[in-house]
Ligand binder design. Structure first.
Ligand SMILES: [Zn+2]
Length: 61
């Protein structure tokens, strides 16, 4: 594992913790960008990105 990969993983975890968000074991969490009742936002720790299947929010942190 490269140090750069570790830093990316730490970074997205830090961002999530800042917003008090905890993804489940499938990397899904309740989307902060729309009124989400069931977790529909997926985190991709490998690429440090996320995508919401409910409202389409996506980005790189
Ligand atoms: Zn959303």
């Amino acid at each position: 594992m490269e140090i750069r990969e570790i830093k990316q993983k730490l970074r997205i975890e830090t961002v999530l913790a800042h917003y008090n968000l905890k993804p489940d074991r499938h990397h899904f969490l309740k989307c902060p960008f729309h009124n989400d009742e069931d977790p529909s936002l997926k985190i991709y720790p490998e690429t440090n990105t996320f995508n919401c299947f409910g409202c389409g929010a996506a980005g790189i942190n």
